[in-house]
Design a binder for this molecule. Structure first.
Ligand code: SF4
Length: 167
């Protein structure tokens, strides 16, 4: 089950021909499907898709996708960074597998965060200080990563804490 080696592929994303950032894939020699529920249990914000045997996770500026037969990472500058990031992810897979007896596997697909759930924790005054016309538009922006909580100066402490937990 542990990943001992992989075949590295680095390429320009098809949607961005000529881009100066690359995507990279570690092609594996055997399936890591069994480790995905354990990664789902320990990685905050992971999105597990059991039917597709896939799990995605945002790590810093990279989107990481774990599939049964490969691990992909986006937004790398060159082959060196690709290898560094993929080595980290392979190490994460191996450490998680080694610790599986201590982890309760999570087989649940992540539920999508609802804009209404976020909106209900905002001040709902539509004051526009965040640059959006309404608090609902700001809620969409928070979910999409276009905004941060710091951009709403009207948030009370309890609202901020609840949103930090939710997001
Ligand atoms: S600054 Fe806050 S309260 Fe004002 S519109 Fe934006 S989200 Fe709503």
């Amino acid at each position: 089950m542990r990943v001992e080696n992989y075949e590295l592929e680095v390429f320009t994303p098809p949607c961005e021909p000529g881009a100066e950032r690359y995507s990279a894939v570690a092609h594996l020699t055997h399936s890591i499907a069994e480790v995905l529920p354990y990664l789902n249990a320990i990685l905050a914000g992971a999105n597990y898709m059991p039917s597709a045997n896939a799990l995605t996770w945002k790590r810093a500026s990279h989107l990481v996708a774990f599939h049964s037969d490969r691990v992909a990472v986006s937004n790398v500058a060159d082959r060196e960074e690709a290898e560094r990031e993929l080595d980290r992810m392979v190490d994460l897979v191996n450490r998680t597998w080694d610790r599986r007896a201590e982890i309760t596997a999570d087989y649940q697909a992540q539920k999508r965060l609802s804009p209404m759930a976020v909106y209900q924790l905002l001040p709902q005054t539509n004051c526009q200080l965040c640059g959006e016309a309404t608090c609902m538009a700001f809620a969409f922006g928070l979910i999409q990563g276009k905004h941060t909580l710091e951009e709403c100066p009207e948030l009370a402490t309890n609202q901020r804490e609840a949103l930090e937990t939710l997001l």
